[in-house]
Design a protein around this ligand. Structure first.
Ligand SMILES: Cc1cc2nc3c(=O)[nH]c(=O)nc-3n(C[C@H](O)[C@H](O)[C@H](O)COP(=O)(O)OP(=O)(O)OC[C@H]3O[C@@H](n4cnc5c(N)ncnc54)[C@H](O)[C@@H]3O)c2cc1C
Length: 414
C-alpha cells in the first residue's frame, strides 16, 4: 500500500468541523489526514448558519470560496407566533463581529469547505470509513475500510472526531450519554417556494430564517430557511407522540402542519412540495468525556442540543477552532490539560445555547422574544447570542445566562 500509515492528526469526517480543523492544523504545518466515509457532495441537515462562524471560516482561509459560492444572504432571524411577528437584525447586537452570514445547501457548502482544505494541501480520503480505534499511550491506531472494501491501519498521535451524527468515538469508546433534553422529531423537505414578498399577505423577509410557532402547541415549531435558487428548506419539530396523531405519511403531515400555522401558510401559499419528506428523531445526544490526551470530539460528535437556534454548525466550527489551537500548542511542547484548555472553554458557549434551548421550550424565551416593547439594550444582548456569539463573557446574558433570562422573562410576563 502506497498511502501513509502514520500521521500526527487523524480527523474522522469532512463536514464543517473536520474541514475547518484540518485547514487550521495544516496552516500550522501539522501533518493531518481526513477520513470521510461518503463521497461529496452529500446531503446534510443544518442549513442556516450564524454570523459567529464567519470568523472561523475566515481564519481557515475559506471565506472567499464561501462568498463566491452564491449562497443566500442572511442578516437575522424572524419569529412568528399567532399574529405576532418579531425580527432580530444581527447587525444590531451587543458583541462586535460579523452580523451577516448565509443559508446554505449543505451538500454544496460542505464540498466548498472540503475542496478548500484540499486545495490548501490537506489529504482527504473519501469513502474511507473508520471502523475501530485502539487508544494507546501517546498514540492511537485506527482500523479503516477503504472504497475497495480493504481494511488498513492508520496510526496517529491524536484523533479529532468530526463524524457528526455518526458519533464514531462515542460509539467505539463507550462515551455515549443520554441528553437531558426530551426526544423530539423533525420532518423536513425542500420546497420550490414561489414566495413573492410584494404579494405576501403577511410580513416576510427572505434574508432571515423564519421560526414559526404552532398556534396551539408552543413547543412545536417550524423552520423556513430560504436559499438563493428559489427553494426553501422547510421543517417542523415536535414531540414524536404529538406527531403520531397525524399518521405516517411525512409529506402529508408537513403540509397539514403548514395549513395549521396560517402565517406560514400565507408565505408558502404557492409552494410546490416534493412527494416525500425526511424525518429524523432523537438527535439530541451527549458524551461522558469530550477530550483526553488521545482524542477530542468536535461538533455533533460531542454534544448536540437542539436545532431551534441553528447553533450546530457554529458550535462545530468553534470546537474545530479551539481544538486546532490546543493541538498546535501541544505539538509545540506546551503542557495541555484537555478538560481545562478545550472542554471547559467550548462548554461556555454550549451552555449558553442550552439556556436558550431550554428557555424556548419552557416558554420563558418565547415570552421575551414576542414581547411587544422590548428593551433595546436587552434585545441587543439576546441578539448577539442568536447570532452565535455565545462565548462572549462580556455579554451579561452569556456570563449569567440562566439567571438573566429568568429575570427578563419574569419582567416580560408581568
Ligand atoms: C433537524 C435538525 C436541523 C438542524 N438545523 C441546523 C441549522 O439550521 N443550522 C445549524 O448550524 N445546524 C443545524 N443542525 C445541526 C447540524 O446538522 C450539525 O450540528 C452539523 O452538521 C455538525 O457538523 P459536523 O461537522 O460536526 O458534522 P457533519 O456535518 O455531520 O459531518 C460529519 C461527517 O462525518 C462523516 N462520517 C460519519 N461517520 C464516519 C466514519 N465512521 N468514518 C469516516 N467518516 C464518517 C459523515 O459522512 C459526515 O460527512 C440541525 C440538526 C438537526 C437534527
Amino acid at each position: 500500500m502506497n498511502q501513509k500509515q502514520r500521521t500526527q492528526v487523524v480527523i474522522i469526517g469532512a463536514g464543517p468541523s473536520g474541514s475547518v480543523a484540518a485547514a487550521l492544523l495544516h496552516q500550522q504545518h501539522i501533518d493531518v489526514i481526513v477520513l470521510e466515509k461518503s463521497t461529496f457532495p452529500r446531503f446534510s441537515i443544518g442549513e442556516s448558519l450564524l454570523p459567529a462562524c464567519m470568523e472561523v471560516i475566515e481564519q481557515a482561509k475559506m471565506l472567499d470560496a464561501v462568498t463566491a459560492a452564491g449562497f443566500q444572504f442572511k442578516d437575522g432571524a424572524a419569529f412568528r407566533y399567532r399574529d405576532r411577528y418579531t425580527a432580530f437584525d444581527f447587525s444590531d447586537k451587543f458583541t462586535p463581529g460579523a452580523g451577516t452570514t448565509y443559508q446554505v445547501q449543505r451538500g454544496h457548502f460542505d464540498k466548498v469547505l472540503a475542496d478548500e482544505a484540499q486545495a490548501q494541501g490537506v489529504e482527504i480520503r473519501y469513502e474511507h470509513t473508520v471502523e475501530a480505534i485502539e487508544c494507546l499511550d501517546g498514540k492511537s491506531v485506527l482500523t479503516i475500510t477503504d472504497a475497495q472494501q480493504q481494511q488498513y491501519a492508520l496510526e496517529a498521535d491524536f484523533v479529532l472526531d468530526a463524524s457528526g451524527f455518526g458519533r464514531v468515538l462515542p460509539r467505539l469508546l463507550g462515551l455515549e450519554k443520554p441528553s437531558h433534553l426530551p426526544p423530539r422529531q423533525a420532518i423536513f423537505c425542500h420546497v420550490t417556494d414561489h414566495i413573492d414578498v410584494n404579494r405576501c399577505e403577511v410580513e416576510y423577509d427572505r434574508n432571515k430564517i423564519l421560526i414559526s410557532v404552532h398556534p396551539q402547541s408552543a413547543d412545536v415549531w417550524y423552520w423556513l430557511i430560504p436559499f438563493s435558487n428559489g427553494t426553501c428548506s422547510l421543517g417542523v419539530v415536535a414531540p414524536p407522540q404529538w406527531l403520531a396523531k397525524y399518521g405516517d405519511d411525512s409529506i402529508s403531515i408537513l403540509k397539514q402542519l403548514v395549513i395549521e400555522e396560517s402565517g406560514l401558510a400565507a408565505v408558502l401559499a404557492a409552494a410546490e412540495y416534493p412527494s416525500t419528506a425526511a424525518t429524523i428523531e432523537g438527535y439530541s445526544a451527549n458524551v461522558t468525556q469530550l477530550a483526553t490526551s488521545n482524542y477530542a470530539l468536535l461538533g455533533n460528535a460531542g454534544e448536540f442540543l437542539d436545532p431551534v437556534f441553528s447553533s450546530g454548525v457554529t458550535i462545530a466550527m468553534k470546537s474545530a477552532q479551539l481544538a486546532a489551537g490546543v493541538l498546535t500548542r501541544s505539538f509545540a511542547g506546551d503542557n495541555i490539560d484537555w478538560q481545562r484548555d478545550y472542554a471547559e472553554p467550548l462548554m461556555l458557549g454550549v451552555d449558553t445555547f442550552r439556556t436558550y434551548v431550554e428557555g424556548w421550550y419552557s416558554g420563558e424565551l418565547q415570552t421575551v422574544i414576542f414581547h411587544p416593547n422590548p428593551d433595546p439594550k436587552i434585545k441587543q444582548m439576546i441578539c448577539a447570542i442568536l447570532a452565535g456569539y455565545a462565548w462572549d463573557i462580556n455579554n451579561p446574558f452569556v456570563a449569567q445566562s440562566q439567571r438573566r433570562l429568568a429575570v427578563v422573562a419574569a419582567l416580560c410576563a408581568d
